[in-house]
Structures are given as C-alpha cells and as structure tokens.
Design a protein around this ligand. Structure first.
Ligand code: ATR
Length: 278
C-alpha cells in the first residue's frame, strides 16, 4: 500500500532554536486544516548539503534556510530564481518532483509586501531611499527597492567598504554615504530603512538624530524585537509613516508555504498575535 504523503517542511539553520518560523507556519497549518508539519532542523556546516539532499526522500517539500546557510543554499541548488541570484543568497528551497532543488529569496518580496500592507500610499519612486547597513538583509532590501523603482538608494554602513561592494554589485543608482553623514542627508529621502542590528534587544541603540527627516517619510526597521524600536518611535513623533519589521518576517514566509502546502496563506493580525505570543 502506498504510504500517505504527509507534507513536511522546515527551517534549516545553526542555531535554529530561536526561529519564529515553526510557530508561523504551524499557525497556518492549523488555520487551514492541513495535515502537515513544519519543524526546525539544526545542521552543521559539514552536514548541510548532505542533510538537505536527504530531505526529499523523507517527505519534505522544501525548507526555509537561515543563518549561516543562505549563501551555501544557492550553491547546492539546481535552479535559482532571478531575485535569489541578484541577492546572492536563498531563504527558500523547494524540492521539485523531478528531483531538482529550486532556490528562491523572498526577503525583498516580504519587505515590500509588509510596507504595502501597512503604508498603502507609499511609493518607492517618490524619491531616494536611505538604507542603513550592508549585510545580507540589506542586499535583499536594496534589490527590492530598485525593482520597485526607487530612483536612488543612499547606502550608509559602519564599514564603508561593504557599502562600496554593494555599489559595485547593484550599480550607479547606489550612492554610498558616510556613516557619519547620515543625519545631514536625511532631509533628501522619502524612505528610510534600518537593516542593521542596532536597536535590537541586547544590542546598542541606533543613535541618529532624525531632526532633518521630512514629515511623511516612510521609516521602517527590520528589527522586530522590540516591535516598536526607538527609530520608529522617534520617526512617528516627527510625523513620519512607520512600519515595524515583524511583517517582513511574516510575508517572506508566504511564498514557501504556498509552494509546499498548496495554499496561499493570509498575513493578518491573528498571525501577528500568534507569532508574538510567548
Ligand atoms: P544580516 O545578514 O542580518 O544583515 P550582517 O551581515 O551581520 O547581518 O550585517 C549586520 C549589519 O549591521 C552590518 O551592516 C553591520 O555593519 P558592519 O558591516 O560595519 O559590520 C551593522 N552593524 C552591526 N553592529 C553595528 C554597530 N554597532 N554599529 C553600526 N553598524 C552595526
């Protein structure tokens, strides 16, 4: 007798115990009455490729990939979406019936979907965007902002060289700004994004004055712990439109869930509450 195919998915990382993804996908599985499971999977660097390649035979339809495997995930994939190639990293792997592994990156999609949901009047092409930070999250966000039509992305990073490397990668619409000049340049932007870990619980504060920020500027933070960062509070007090970072996490998960469990999930307040519940 053919065994019942219970769809499985998970998140692969190291460490992975802190990941909110199992809670998030678990909420959707229950909500839609899907008889499937989503689990955390801890792999070492040495066992990553072998581990991933064993998953399809166990019934896995795919996995999310988190630190430190987002770049390695690209190198073991058979097919790579354009956006994952542009970002240079993958967060979503889908195991296809023909045995091929598809790598996608939904972080930039999640970033934009979150803003659209909470600030529907925002337009990327209204003016330059300033992005703070030049790590992996920044790459995904820059590529999304450029794809959405931001005329320029002004990029500031503590280690200037990393910002220069992203300029090389993404081209002339990127303007590198010195980390010490952020405050003076703020008057010229219509979007401000923090992609650094500054402001996160247990991390140093993001110490910039927002005095020159124009009212109406869209300000968003990828930090979601705390949900209302000091940056968002200060920006809201200046009359800016603020969007917290939790929605990016929720939205980036949706394409994977749809691929693996064949149901387009809703990102709504119930999901936020379930993910925030301790
Ligand atoms: P991720 O992939 O999550 O973006 P990352 O690659 O470690 O993580 O990037 C973290 C970002 O936060 C970087 O832009 C980092 O700046 P550096 O490139 O100079 O390291 C930034 N960051 C972390 N701690 C910082 C601090 N104390 N001051 C300023 N920037 C900081």
């Amino acid at each position: 007798m053919k065994p019942l195919a219970i769809p499985l998915a998970g998140v692969v990382g190291s460490p992975v115990a802190h990941s909110l993804s199992p809670r998030l996908h678990g909420f959707w599985l229950r909500k839609y009455g899907i008889d499937g499971y989503y689990i955390p999977i801890e792999l070492s660097r040495d066992s990553f490729e072998r581990g991933i390649k064993s998953l399809p035979d166990l019934g896995f339809r795919g996995v999310n990939v988190t630190l430190p495997f987002k770049e390695t995930a690209l190198s073991i994939a058979d097919d790579i979406t354009d956006r994952a190639a542009l970002i240079g990293a993958a967060n979503t792997l889908t195991f296809r019936k023909d045995g091929r592994i598809q790598a996608d990156n939904t972080d930039g999609y999640g970033f934009i979907a979150n803003i659209r949901q909470h600030a529907p009047d925002w337009a990327a092409d209204a003016g330059p965007a300033m992005v703070l930070g030049a790590g992996g999250a920044s790459r995904a966000i820059i590529s999304a902002l450029l794809a959405e039509g931001a005329p320029e992305v002004w990029l500031a990073n503590r280690t200037r060289n990393r910002a220069e490397m992203l300029r090389e990668h993404f081209g002339a619409r990127i303007k590198v700004i010195d980390w010490t000049k952020i405050q003076t340049e703020l008057a010229g932007v219509t979007t401000l994004v923090n992609t650094t870990s500054l402001g996160m619980q247990g991390q140093p504060a993001l110490q910039i004055s927002l005095d020159r920020l124009k009212a109406g500027t869209l300000v968003t933070d990828i930090v979601y712990s705390p949900l209302r960062t000091e940056l968002l509070d200060k920006a809201a007090a200046k009359g800016c439109v603020t969007v917290d970072g939790l929605g990016m996490l929720l939205h980036q998960a949706a394409p994977g869930f749809e691929n693996w469990f064949r149901k387009k999930p809703q990102v709504d307040d119930d999901l936020r509450a379930a993910v925030l519940a301790t």
